[in-house]
Design a protein around this ligand. Structure first.
Ligand SMILES: NC(=O)C1=CN([C@@H]2O[C@H](COP(=O)(O)OP(=O)(O)OC[C@H]3O[C@@H](n4cnc5c(N)ncnc54)[C@H](O)[C@@H]3O)[C@@H](O)[C@H]2O)C=CC1
Ligand SMILES: O=C(O)C1=N[C@H](C(=O)O)C[C@H](O)C1
Length: 238
C-alpha cells in the first residue's frame, strides 16, 4: 500500500515505522501547508493525517478532492467534522476519523458505555474524567476524553454536557493534566461517599495508536464512505 503521511511529527514517524514493517511504502511526508505539495505527483492508496488541529480539515478535504481515502487521528478540529464528511461523500472518497486508534482504547470505550448504562440510575455517584498527556499536546481536553464524555452523555439522560476543569450537576467535569513524556492516560471515575469505581487506560508508548491507524488504513483502502474504528474492529465486538 502506498501511504501519504499528512503530518510527520511524533505520530507520523511512529506510523512510518509500523507501516514499513507491515510491507507498506511511504510515498509522501507532509509537514507544512498541504498547498506546498502536489498530491498528483505520486500514486497514493491512502493518506494518514496526524497533524495539527488547524491543518487537519484542509489536509483531509484536499485528499478527498483527489479521491484518496483518509484515516485521520488529529484531535481538536471536530467542529468541522460534519463539513468534512459531506465533502467525502460528494467526492466519493472514504474516511475514518478516530479520537484514538489504539485497540485497547476501543475496548475501553465499550467498557465505558457499559459502565455508564449501569451507573445512570445510581444518583449517589458523581462521574468525572481525567486525562494526562505530555506537555507538547496542543489541545485540552484530549479527543479521547471528549469521546468518553460523549459516550456517557448518550447513555445517561441526567448528563447534558462536559466542561473542562469544573461542572454543573448536569455536566461531566473533565480534568486535563500535562506531564512530561506521558503518552496518554484516561480515567473515568464514579465517586460516592461510600466508595469509588474507576476504569483506566494507560498507553505505554505511541505504538498502539500507530498500529491501529495502519490497520484502519489497510481496511479502508478499497472502500467508499464514512466509517469509524468500530467498523474496523467489528469482529472484536460481536
Ligand atoms: N487518534 C489517535 O489515536 C491519536 C491522535 N493523536 C493526535 O495526532 C496529532 C499529532 O500528534 P503528534 O504526532 O504527537 O504531534 P506532533 O506535534 O509531533 O506532530 C504534528 C506534525 O504536524 C506538522 N504540521 C504542522 N503544520 C502542518 C500542516 N499544515 N500540514 C501537515 N502537517 C503539519 C508539524 O510539523 C508536526 O511535525 C495531534 O492532534 C494528537 O492529538 C496523537 C496520538 C494518537
Ligand atoms: O496528543 C496525543 O499524544 C494523543 N492524543 C489523542 C487524544 O487527544 O485523545 C490520543 C492519545 O491519547 C494521544
Amino acid at each position: 500500500m502506498k501511504i501519504a503521511l499528512l503530518g510527520y511529527g511524533k505520530m507520523g514517524k511512529a506510523i512510518e515505522e509500523i507501516a514499513v514493517n507491515r510491507g507498506h511504502e511511504i510515498v509522501l511526508r507532509v509537514s507544512e501547508d498541504i498547498e506546498s505539495y502536489n498530491l498528483n505527483d505520486v500514486e497514493i492508496d491512502v493518506a494518514i493525517d496526524f497533524s495539527i488541529p488547524k491543518a487537519a480539515f484542509k489536509n483531509i478535504t484536499t485528499a478527498f478532492k483527489q479521491h484518496i481515502p483518509v484515516v485521520s487521528g488529529t484531535t481538536g478540529w471536530l467542529d468541522d467534522y460534519d463539513k468534512a464528511t459531506k465533502i467525502c461523500k460528494t467526492e466519493d472518497a472514504a474516511f475514518i476519523y478516530a479520537s484514538n486508534f489504539s485497540i485497547g482504547v476501543n475496548v475501553f470505550f465499550e467498557l465505558n458505555k457499559k459502565l455508564a448504562q449501569m451507573m445512570k440510575g445510581l444518583q449517589d455517584y458523581s462521574v468525572e474524567i481525567e486525562e494526562i498527556h505530555h506537555t507538547q499536546k496542543l489541545d485540552a481536553p484530549s479527543g479521547t476524553a471528549i469521546s468518553l464524555a460523549q459516550q456517557i452523555i448518550s447513555e445517561n439522560p441526567n448528563k447534558k454536557n462536559w466542561q473542562l476543569d469544573h461542572a454543573d450537576k448536569d455536566e461531566i467535569p473533565v480534568y486535563a493534566k500535562r506531564i512530561t513524556d506521558v503518552h496518554g492516560t484516561h480515567t473515568v471515575s464514579y465517586k460516592s461517599t461510600i466508595d469509588t469505581i474507576e476504569i483506566m487506560h494507560m498507553a505505554h508508548s505511541r505504538q498502539g495508536f500507530a498500529l491501529g491507524a495502519v490497520i484502519a488504513a489497510e481496511w479502508l483502502k478499497d472502500k467508499k464512505g464514512v466509517y469509524s474504528m468500530k467498523d474496523v474492529l467489528a469482529s472484536l465486538f460481536e
